[in-house]
Design a protein around this ligand. Structure first.
Ligand SMILES: Cc1cc2nc3c(=O)[nH]c(=O)nc-3n(C[C@H](O)[C@H](O)[C@H](O)COP(=O)(O)O)c2cc1C
Length: 245
């Protein structure tokens, strides 16, 4: 059934969306057919349209197509079939250290004529405190303590207050971009397999990923081979997982 057209919004056929979501599978074997650059570019563009915390876009994508580097990366992905057969591998990296520069860009590249003062205040005054954990994480500790006290009487943000919480912070948004990327590939008729089975030290060294980058997933992408899906898709009982309150 088609959704009703709202002013200015495209009419979307939910069945087409359902087809994309339902036919996405983790594919473990790909054909040798390359993914055209135009498709890859479009999918990466759609990936970056994912919602993300404070629009600080804490992600980076390292796209590997050259056979020699791909073979090395596949080895670092523990020799998994998906990695060995995919014509393209994409390391999807979360960055905990780009927020300061990105806060500057958020102001500089504000898309409207006038930058609202509340936006300017957010990126210039609040962001530098909220995401900064200070030397040895001490500012984070102080913010957490202040939050515990003030939080007794009113709602307060409960983080990120440490280097580890910054990793969770960056990973949340990056995982959403990864899902956009997988769905975009499917919509173009291609497939993918997200992998966390890899040696992160080796992947980072191989792709020269900055020290503070977290390899959230390595995504294998390509055209699904006939034997690419190993089993039927299944999910647990919704009643245990979805809670209407
Ligand atoms: C974060 C993450 C890590 C994953 N790591 C691997 C992996 O290393 N190797 C693999 O074959 N599949 C991996 N998968 C795919 C899952 O096994 C798969 O999504 C799950 O079994 C459900 O199957 P479906 O994606 O076909 O619905 C990963 C998926 C996610 C989201």
């Amino acid at each position: 059934m088609n959704a009703k057209a709202d002013a200015g919004l495209p009419v979307i056929d939910v069945e087409e969306f359902r087809k994309v979501v339902r036919s996405r599978r983790s594919v473990r074997r790909f054909t040798e057919e390359p993914v055209p650059d135009s498709v890859l570019d479009d999918c990466l563009e759609l990936a970056t349209l994912a919602p993300n915390s404070s629009n600080l876009q804490p992600w980076e994508f390292f796209v590997v197509k050259t056979p020699a580097l791909r073979a090395k990366l596949a080895e670092a992905c523990l020799g998994q079939n998906a990695a060995k057969t995919a014509p393209v591998l994409i390391a999807i990296v979360a960055r905990t250290d780009t927020w300061r520069e990105h806060a500057r860009l958020a102001v500089e590249e504000w898309p409207e004529e006038k930058l609202p003062s509340i936006v300017e205040k957010y990126y210039r005054k609040i962001t530098p405190i909220h995401y900064n954990q200070g030397p040895l994480g001490l500012l984070g500790v102080a913010k957490k303590a202040a939050g515990l006290v003030v939080g007794l009487s009113r709602p307060v943000p409960r983080g990120p207050y440490s280097a580890n919480e910054m990793k969770v912070w960056a990973t949340k948004s990056t995982a959403l971009a990864a899902e956009n990327l997988m769905l975009a590939l499917r919509a173009h008729g291609y497939d993918s397999c997200p992998m966390e089975g890899f040696d992160e030290c080796r992947v980072k060294k191989l792709l020269k990923i900055p020290r503070k980058g977290l390899v959230t997933m390595v995504l294998a992408a390509g055209r699904r081979a006939e034997n690419g899906v190993y089993n039927r898709q299944y999910r647990f009982d919704r009643d245990n997982l979805i809670h209407y309150m």
